[in-house]
Structures are given as structure tokens and as C-alpha cells.
Design a protein around this ligand. Structure first.
Ligand code: IVH
Length: 677
């Protein structure tokens, strides 16, 4: 005879343990047991449940504890990239956005129509309909390639699975934000830190039945690939998809000027807490889809949209200490260590002080009472000092002249402004262990090698244990050792290994970005990769003589100026850097970088502009050349096919030089004729 009450007590105790482990794993990101121990406990409970079904009335294991989110979904390339949005934080940022849009489109102070929607704080997904049938459902992934989560998405009953093919384009891709309502979150709040994490955890279940347990909702907000295109305005698009059965957010509307922008921003901010879903700002989109097309994208975000964030949460606290932090490029950032204070639901104990000048300007001192603010995921900032609360004996803060590694730091003279930089730097590169560690964090990051599960905390942990010293070490990890470390288990190590192995295959542009040369961001890395094509060619840069010629050629590329070439030269002048890069290359399979040869009027042609155009801005002209398969160069060289001369103030010198080199010159009128033809 089983002792029912004993069984019950034991079962309850173990369920509690499991919930606790779950919390540590998902919400705190700090598991206290290995994955295998966790699995054993879970299996024990499931076995008990099936043997003694009466226990289910206390709480089913599967219901209480969500399954572990997976990284093991099929990868599928997006039909069009899923970008992110640039942010605005105040009225000035929004005025700037409207100005830039007008400038790009060459409009003279026109009140361009914007469409305003709440920015839902959830997880983005995309739905592809072919002839009306839902055929693909993907996560954002890295923006270029997503994960196949269709089976999980179709558990959301309000997502249309079939649409009358006569009513929609043959190819119809809908972008949406998946979320969990605040009300539903309350029921499962023990397992996740916030609704967004809950939605993400639910969407990443390998078993769609698990997804179904956590009630997901969505709002459709945009489109991806659409063929043929039948919409002319964002507002019209949303209205039409609403009629087709998609859920769209009801509090969206058109706005025309900065006053209306500010007004709706305030109104919705006031409304925010009464909504049943989290929003973290408003998205303003150029309403006219033709204008959107003309504006196009920068490498990460569309030029036609912006997220206007809600104002940050503020709090008052006291500075305990001012320390410095060293970034991957050697920048020294002062950080205020403050008495822990809750700002918008998050406990804050550090706030950035930006740089030495900022400390001097605000006369920030240790012991001061300060006001801090936290906006979104950005590190909290010090807003102001309450001087009335300052102690008489307080002294001005003396900024340390040395890096944490002991080396002297220096401020550089800015090449363009000829002024002294506000930022102090350590110039020791990999010889400074603080910089070296930050460089490793950059290497594993999403935009670089994108190694799933290898976050900043893992870099800290492995670095402290001397498991990684330089980038190549990431690919030579001793997994047996890691298995025995706190917080690691069979499953997490096997996932890490998989993610690292996968990242060994990398394209040349990402590799160039990853090695972290100062002033070489993602966009420049692409330009440079397109120039070298292969790692073999790129590696010739180690040789000083060859490098000099290469840099001269690179200088002709649009976006690569003196700042960039000097920085590249500095980087490769340090032998240690070359050694580190060579070690890294040995571990990798670096794929050639080919710019997709776009078919178009300027296929494979190199162009340069001088002078302004009447009808379009220089930025739009550049964007037109690129979308027509051409490349824009920054200086006259023999490689140039055409010099386009705009009517407004062209440079005589450039025209003369082009004539001398027998480069074909095209006038503004001829340029228009080419585009119209
Ligand atoms: S429009 C970037 N509209 O925000 C392409 N995005 O930071 C245009 N989001 O990945 C995005 N609500 O997941 C747009 N009303 C809305 C949105 C929204 C939430 C998310 C979306 C996107 C992210 C960009």
C-alpha cells in the first residue's frame, strides 16, 4: 500500500525544485544544476505522474515547467532581409529623421506623411504565403537567415493558414510580432522574467505542443517579399490585411508634422500601462510605399522608418565609486558604481559616465547623489548631480591617466575636426588583457561570428579560467573540461560545440568585421571584402610594401577614407595582430565574398558624382546606382567608367582630371535619360 500523503509531499517538493531550476535557467540565466541532473529530476517526476495519476491534480510537470528552448531548427534564407530599426529618443531626433527623409527624397520642407504604430515588445516572425497557402514561418535569426518555426507559429489560431488566392499576391510575406499578453503572463510569471522571454521561450520549443501551452498572440505590422506589389501605402496595406483576417494593432494612425508626432507619442505613452501587451515606443514609417522603396535601407535598418522610444525611467541614487572600463578599441569609459536602485523594474548598480570631459562638465564626484536614467537595453546614464546633497569634504574626481593594464592612455587629435578627442585610449591592443577580453566578446557577438550561447558572461568565465586568450582558442576549446564547470552540462556543452563548429564557416566580410579593426564597421567590411574577394588576397595585406599599394586602392572605394586606411595600417603594423589573425584563419573556412551581381543599367560599372542634382539627392543617386548593379567610387581613378556631373556646383578639377584620363563624362540630363530609358 502506498502512502499517498508521503508521495504527495515528496512530489510537491520536487516540483518546487524543478520550478526553481527553471527560474535559474531561463530568467536568471544561471543554472545551479547540470542539464543532465535537471533531466533526471524531470523524468523522475514524469514517471511518478504516470505511475500515480492522482498527482496530476497537484500540478503536471509539463504544464508547470516549459521544455528547454531549442537552437536546433532548420535554417532558411529570408526572401528579403529582416532588418532592425534605428532609434529616436526625443523631439530633436525625430526632427532630424524627418529632415533626413526629406533630404534624401530631395523634398523641400515637405510635410511628408508618416504612419505611426506602437512598437510591440515581442519576438519578430515572418509568414510566407504562396498562392494563399501559408508555406513558411520563420524567426528573424540573424536577419538574413531565419529558423523554421512554422509548426510552432501555426499553433496560434488567429494566424490565417489559408487565404483566398484571388485576394492576395502569389507571393505574400507578412511580418509580425509575436507576444504574450500581460494577463496571460501573470499565469506563468514564475517561470520567466518578462513576457518577452516567455514568448521567445514558447516559440523556441522543439515540440509544438509545448508552444501551445503558453498562449501566444501576434500583431501583423509589415510585409517582406510581395509579388506582384499591389499596395501603395502602409495604412492601406494594414487595412487590407485586416480584411483578410490578420490581426493588426488598432491604435495606429497617420501623422504629418512634428507637433502631431509629439502629441501621439505623449498620448500613447499615457495609455501604455493600460494596454494588455508591452510596447517600448512608437514606430514612424513613411506612409508612401514608393517613397519607402526610394529611401531603401542602410546595412541594418530602413531609412524610411524609426522607433521613437518612450522616455526613460529615472531614479536617484549615490555614487559609491568611479572605476574605468576598457573597450575593445582601447577606449576608456568611466563607470559610476552606485547604491543599487530599481529603475523601471530592473536593479541598477552601474551607470556610464561616458568620458573624462563629461565628468568635468557635470563635475561628478564620488559620494555624489545623482539622478540616473535607463532607456531600454542601453546601459544606464547619469543625468545630473544634486550638489545640495554634496558633502563639504568632497573632492573633484581625478581621472586616471593609466589603463587598467598599467599602460599610459592618450587622447588623439580628431582628423576631421582637428580637436582633441573626448575619449582616452589604451593603445596596447592584444597586449592589454582588458582589451583582449573585449575583443573576444566582439568576435562571438551576433554581427560577427554569431555563436549561439557564447555570450559576454561565457567569455568572462572562460577567460578567467584561462580557457581562451586569443580568438583561435574559441575554436580549440576543451569541451571535457567545460562539462565539469559550474553552470554547464552535457546538453549545453553539446549545443555550444555545435554552435562553434557551425560558425567556423564564415564569409570574408564577416571575418573582416570580426577581427575588430577600429573604424571598420559592418558596411566598410563589406566594401573591403568586395575588393579582396578571397582571404588569400586579403592576407597579402600583412606585407608592408603590398599593403601600401592596397591601401591606396582601397582609398578609392566609397566610404573608405584616410581614417579607415590609417587604422588598417596601424592594425597590421603590429606583428602580434598578424600572428593572432593567422592563428585564427587556421581554424576557419573563410568563404569568398561575392557581391551579388545585380542586373541593371550600371551592371559592373564604376561611377562617381560631382555637383548636386536638381531632382534627387546624392544619397538617392548612390542608392540608384547600387540597385542598378553599379558601384560608386570616392575619387577619380583609371577604374572609373563614368563621371556624372550634376548641374549644381560641380568641381572643375574633377572634370578636368576625368577628361585627362579619358573617362566618359555624363551630364545631369544624360543621367536622367539613362534612368528613363
Ligand atoms: S517595422 C525593421 N513595426 O521591432 C523593419 N517593427 O527593431 C521594419 N516591431 O524586428 C520594422 N512592432 O520585430 C515594425 N509596428 C512595428 C513593430 C516592429 C514591433 C519590431 C520588429 C522589428 C523590430 C525592429
Amino acid at each position: 500500500m502506498v502512502d499517498k500523503s508521503k508521495l504527495e509531499v515528496n512530489f510537491k517538493k520536487k516540483i518546487k525544485e524543478l520550478v526553481e531550476h527553471n527560474k535559474n535557467y531561463y530568467s536568471k540565466n544561471r543554472p545551479k544544476v547540470s542539464d543532465s541532473e535537471y533531466d533526471i529530476l524531470k523524468k523522475e517526476l514524469i514517471d511518478l505522474e504516470s505511475k500515480f495519476p492522482f498527482l496530476k491534480s497537484i500540478g503536471s510537470v509539463n504544464k508547470i515547467v516549459g521544455a528547454t528552448p531549442s537552437n536546433d531548427f532548420k535554417k532558411i534564407k529570408h526572401l528579403s532581409p529582416m532588418l532592425s530599426l534605428s532609434n529616436a529618443f526625443n523631439r530633436e531626433d525625430m526632427i532630424d529623421f524627418v529632415k533626413k527623409v526629406n533630404k534624401f527624397l530631395n523634398f523641400d520642407k515637405k510635410n511628408i506623411e508618416l504612419f505611426c504604430e506602437p512598437k510591440i515588445d515581442g519576438i519578430s516572425a515572418t509568414l510566407v504565403y504562396e498562392k494563399g497557402n501559408l508555406s513558411k514561418g520563420l524567426s528573424r535569426g540573424d536577419g538574413t537567415t531565419g529558423e523554421d518555426i512554422l509548426l510552432n507559429l501555426i499553433t496560434i489560431s488567429s494566424i490565417p493558414k489559408k487565404i483566398d488566392p484571388k485576394k492576395v499576391p502569389d507571393l505574400f510575406e507578412i511580418r509580425c510580432e509575436i507576444y504574450i499578453s500581460k494577463k496571460d503572463f501573470l499565469k506563468i510569471k514564475d517561470q520567466f522574467s518578462n513576457p518577452r522571454n516567455a514568448a521567445s521561450g514558447s516559440l523556441r520549443q522543439k515540440d509544438p505542443r509545448e508552444t501551445k501551452r503558453i498562449p501566444l498572440k501576434y500583431f501583423a505590422y509589415g510585409f517582406g517579399a510581395v509579388q506582384p506589389m499591389i499596395f501603395s501605402k502602409q495604412s492601406e496595406f494594414l487595412e487590407k490585411i485586416k480584411d483578410l483576417g490578420f490581426i493588426v494593432n488598432p491604435i495606429s494612425r497617420e501623422v504629418k508634422n512634428i507637433e502631431e508626432i509629439e502629441k501621439i507619442h505623449q498620448q500613447i505613452d499615457d495609455l501604455r500601462s493600460s494596454l494588455d501587451y508591452d510596447i517600448d515606443g512608437l514606430v514612424f514609417k513613411v506612409n508612401d510605399i514608393n517613397f519607402q522603396k526610394r529611401l531603401g535601407n542602410t546595412s541594418n535598418s530602413p531609412r524610411w522608418a524609426i522607433a521613437y522610444k518612450f522616455s526613460a525611467e529615472k531614479a536617484s541614487t549615490r555614487i559609491k565609486e568611479i572605476t574605468i572600463q576598457v573597450g575593445r578599441t582601447g577606449a576608456i569609459t568611466p563607470v559610476a558604481r552606485v547604491e543599487p536602485v530599481t529603475v523601471g523594474g530592473v536593479v541598477v548598480s552601474n551607470a556610464t559616465l561616458h568620458n573624462e570631459d563629461e565628468i568635468i562638465r557635470k563635475d561628478i564626484r564620488v559620494g555624489d547623489t545623482i539622478q540616473i536614467q535607463r532607456a531600454g537595453d542601453v546601459i544606464p546614464q547619469v543625468l545630473s548631480v544634486d550638489v545640495s546633497k554634496r558633502h563639504k569634504s568632497s573632492e573633484k574626481f581625478k581621472f586616471p591617466s593609466k589603463c587598467l593594464c598599467g599602460a599610459e592612455t592618450k587622447k588623439e587629435i580628431n582628423k576631421t575636426t582637428k580637436k582633441l578627442d573626448a575619449v582616452r585610449r589604451c593603445f596596447k591592443g592584444y597586449d592589454c588583457k582588458f582589451i583582449a577580453k573585449e575583443k573576444l566578446k566582439h568576435i562571438v557577438s551576433k554581427e560577427a561570428f554569431n555563436i549561439d550561447g557564447f555570450g559576454k558572461k561565457v567569455v568572462d568565465q572562460f577567460w578567467n579560467l584561462n580557457l581562451i586568450n586569443e580568438p583561435a582558442d574559441i575554436f580549440k576549446l576543451d569541451y571535457k573540461k567545460i562539462k565539469n564547470l559550474e553552470g554547464w552540462g552535457d546538453l549545453s556543452v553539446s549545443n555550444l560545440k555545435k554552435a562553434i563548429d557551425k560558425s567556423k564557416k564564415i564569409t570574408l566580410d564577416k571575418f573582416i568585421y570580426s577581427i575588430g579593426i577600429r573604424h571598420i564597421g559592418q558596411e566598410n567590411a563589406k566594401t573591403i571584402a568586395a575588393f579582396f574577394v578571397s582571404i588569400k588576397e586579403f592576407s597579402k595585406i600583412y606585407d608592408l610594401k603590398i599593403r601600401k599599394t592596397m591601401l591606396k586602392n582601397l582609398r578609392e572605394l566609397d566610404g573608405i577614407g584616410e581614417t579607415q586606411t590609417i587604422s588598417i595600417n596601424n592594425f597590421f603594423s603590429i606583428n602580434k595582430n598578424i600572428k593572432i589573425i593567422k592563428n585564427l584563419i587556421k581554424q576557419l573556412s573563410i568563404e569568398n565574398y561575392f557581391v551579388e551581381n545585380r542586373e541593371g543599367k550600371f551592371s559592373n560599372k564604376k561611377l562617381m558624382f560631382t555637383g548636386g542634382f536638381k531632382s534627387i539627392s546624392r544619397s538617392e543617386a548612390k542608392s540608384i546606382v547600387e540597385s542598378n548593379g553599379g558601384k560608386v567610387l570616392g575619387s577619380i581613378s583609371k577604374k572609373l567608367d563614368f563621371l556624372i556631373v550634376g548641374d549644381s556646383k560641380p568641381t572643375r578639377k574633377k572634370i578636368d582630371k576625368a577628361k585627362e584620363m579619358k573617362i566618359k563624362i555624363i551630364t545631369e540630363q544624360e543621367w536622367n535619360e539613362i534612368l528613363d530609358s
